[in-house]
Design a protein around this ligand. Structure first.
Ligand code: AVI
Length: 338
């Protein structure tokens, strides 16, 4: 019997069970999202969260070492240099929840700085069990810290974790690496609002945002010479081949990075090099591409330094402090829930 989750006494799914399992089964969700995205009438698109299967996550790790892509290193530098200053501004006792911890490497500095003051519960919230396991391995040597992984989507995980709050305890939510840039600006604001509603006044959020820089630097960051970002993008088609039994010919699609000036975002696309048909049995779909047509796979919005406090205010936070990297325009902003 396939693992659909829920059955009634005689082994058949009820309609309600079936609906629930279709909604929550990750491979059904992937198949459905691929179908929705590739049948859009104007611009075909695929949600960027699907870039991160095991291969995509490993490629993203390599991207973070590329000379053209300074974002992750800037984030790490700021946390390493200013963890003590950041922790000094927090109200304790405090628990730490991280939205999308990844390997957890850059969180070490904050946890070590907190460790000098208190015992800390650290809740990495991740949908990838591989990343959670890596994070637990990476940080388990830090003293006075309990790592309590939560395999959930960001907001579901945060709700679950916040429910474990002890009396008088505050929360620090880490949302690092400019992941907020992968939402469009309205969705970013909505997301911050949702986080704020889960938090209590006096709780904090440390928000990493990549800042605007020269056009050439922004494009190079998403179209590196070695072609790692191209592989990261194309892997999404390879993933559809692997998981949904599709027949994308990867040599017939090209990685494209472009800057959308109107919304100040780098967009990644996959451009069809010719007219072609692709069959995706797992999504019960045959898609036609015309020559030059693209699939939009990711947006990475760039912020100005002054925009972040305004955004924070609209979401019910006050921006208490900001730190900016000297080598790569990137900011860490400490927001306090009002
Ligand atoms: C995870 N995220 C913030 C990265 C970014 O820069 O938007 C993802 C990425 N895409 C291509 N390179 C890196």
């Amino acid at each position: 019997m396939p693992d659909f989750g829920a059955y009634n006494a005689d082994g058949r799914m009820t309609e309600k069970m079936l609906t629930q399992s279709i909604v929550t089964n990750p491979s059904f969700e992937f198949a459905a999202d691929v179908r929705t995205g590739l049948t859009k009438s104007k611009q075909k698109e695929l949600p960027s969260k699907y870039l991160y299967d095991d291969v995509g996550s490993a490629l993203f790790e390599v991207i973070s070492f590329l000379p053209e892509y300074g974002l992750t290193r800037a984030d790490e530098r700021l946390l390493r240099r200013h963890a003590g200053d950041i922790v000094d501004l927090l109200q304790t006792p405090i628990a730490v929840a991280e939205l999308g911890s990844g390997s957890g490497k850059k969180t070490r500095w904050i946890l070590e700085a907190l460790c000098r003051r208190q015992h800390t519960s650290y809740y990495p919230i991740e949908i990838s069990p591989t990343a959670l396991a890596m994070c637990e391995r990476e940080l388990r040597d830090i003293e006075c810290t309990s790592i309590l992984g939560c395999e959930r989507e960001y907001l579901d995980g945060l709700l679950e974790v916040a429910a474990k709050r002890h009396r008088g305890e505050h929360f620090l939510v880490l949302f690092l690496g400019s992941t907020i840039g992968n939402f469009d600006r309205m969705a970013g604001l909505k997301f911050l609002n949702q986080v704020r509603r889960i938090l209590e006044p006096g709780d904090s959020m440390l928000l990493g945002t990549d800042l605007e820089k020269s056009y050439a630097q922004m494009i190079a960051g998403y179209d590196d010479e070695l072609g790692v970002t191209a592989a990261f993008n194309l892997n999404l088609l390879a993933r559809i081949n692997r998981e949904l039994d599709a027949d994308f010919d990867l040599s017939q699609f090209q990685h494209v990075a472009r800057f959308n000036r109107e919304v100040r975002s780098i967009e990644m696309h996959l451009r069809s090099k010719r007219k072609q048909m692709v069959t995706i049995p797992g999504s019960e779909l045959v898609v036609e591409f015309v020559e030059g047509e693209t699939i939009w796979t990711e947006s990475s919005h760039k912020y100005s330094l002054t925009e972040v406090p305004r955004l924070a205010r609209s979401a019910g936070f006050r921006c208490q402090a900001q730190w900016v990297d000297e080598q790569w325009p990137f900011a860490e902003s400490l927001l306090v829930a009002e």
